[in-house]
Design a protein around this ligand. Structure first.
Ligand code: AMP
Ligand code: MG
Length: 340
């Protein structure tokens, strides 16, 4: 049988496509959860069944923790404010206990009772606008973390004042990232990347044993390019900044990290704070807390958290890093510079 040269070339071409598609790195699995893009990449260990289990857990956590869903456990606790305790379950007890720890450490700057203020400002939604000062004063009366009562034994939470609202938006994704990281580790998988809307956990190293590069996005832009690369293995990095949710009114930017002392978005010289810690819930809570504290107070504050590192980017585009990070990061955009 005679085979034409053209046919051979065509067959070789299809064979090549087949081989290259077999070798293609498995894709990360991505879904919108917690109102943001969540993706997990387990590389060659990423089976459909594993991704299904991980994302089922993330969806379950959203159902429990969301301040924006009427059917979440948080919504039930909020609806019972001033009335009665509500069975909260182990997840909320753990997150809220941790949130109250950061509230106490930061003298109420980190404040899980921030809900009435978040609702008033409505930042991130279309109709966001600067509220009337009287409405801010009114909301501030309800932003009272000391009136949150936890009964760990019975797993209940009671908000003492009618109108109080819990909001765990500054810490919940960190808890969720820890959860999926420990599920992955329990399967004996030691390599992967978890990214819950910028709340990142790196597991292990790259295939060749070198550390992962994780990026910090340009904090002046929404969804900007990565301007800093950090070399990191088995850590979490979480960023809080002015570019995540905001609106502009009369040329002024109003972002979503609210100062419970003033009732307005935290004002200082920072564009963003990224916190690096092995514990993603700690990194999440601390990134918000340090943003509220500002850079100078943050340095003193961090003395109580050994093993935690931070990157502060200020409005002059100076990048300030804690001592442990010198040598493990690279600035990729020359309009930003490492503060000496
Ligand atoms: P993050 O992006 O982790 O810094 O969290 C910001 C989110 O936390 C906001 O969108 C609010 O839901 C909530 N939040 C705002 N201000 C505070 C605050 N002072 N303390 C705790 N949570 C806050
Ligand atoms: Mg946070």
């Amino acid at each position: 049988m005679r085979i034409k040269m053209g046919t051979v070339i065509l067959l070789l071409f299809f064979l090549l496509i087949l081989i290259s598609s077999c070798n293609k790195a498995p894709q990360a699995h991505t879904e919108i959860i917690f109102g943001t893009v969540c993706s997990i990449n387990l590389f060659k260990k990423g089976t459909e069944k594993r991704y299904q289990e991980l994302f089922a857990r993330l969806n379950e956590l959203d159902q429990i923790l969301s301040a924006n869903r009427d059917d979440s456990t948080i919504a039930k606790i909020n609806a019972a404010a001033g009335l009665h305790p509500v069975h909260a379950g182990k997840e909320i007890i753990e997150i809220l206990s941790s949130a109250l720890f950061y509230a106490e450490k930061s003298e109420g700057l980190f404040n899980p009772a921030i809900g009435p203020l978040v609702r008033l400002w409505n930042i991130g939604n279309e109709n966001a606008r600067v509220p009337e000062p009287a409405a801010i004063t009114q909301a501030l009366l309800l932003v009272d973390w000391k009136s949150i009562h936890i009964d760990s034994e019975n797993e209940t939470v009671f908000l003492e004042k009618p109108g109080m609202l819990l909001d765990l938006g500054a810490i919940a994704k960190g808890y969720a990232a820890n959860e999926v990281a420990s599920m992955i580790r329990s399967w004996g998988i030691s390599r992967g990347i978890i990214d819950l809307g910028g709340n990142i956990v790196t597991l292990g190293n790259k295939e060749k044993g070198t550390p992962w590069h994780i990026g910090i996005r340009n904090p002046e832009l929404s969804g900007g390019n990565s301007i800093i690369s950090l070399y990191a293995s088995d850590v979490s990095m979480v960023t809080s900044g002015i570019n995540e949710r905001f609106f502009i009114e009369n040329q002024k930017r109003y972002h979503h990290i609210l100062d419970p002392k003033t009732g307005y978005p935290a004002e200082n010289d920072l564009l963003s704070v990224s916190v690096i810690s092995p514990d993603s819930m700690e990194a999440d809570a601390l990134s918000t807390t340090l943003f509220l504290l500002g850079r100078e107070k943050s340095i003193t504050f961090l003395a109580a958290f050994p093993g935690v590192e931070a990157v502060f980017i200020d409005k002059t585009r100076a990048v300030h890093v804690t001592n442990g990070l010198f040598g493990s990061l690279k600035i990729r955009d020359s309009s930003f510079y490492l503060y000496p």
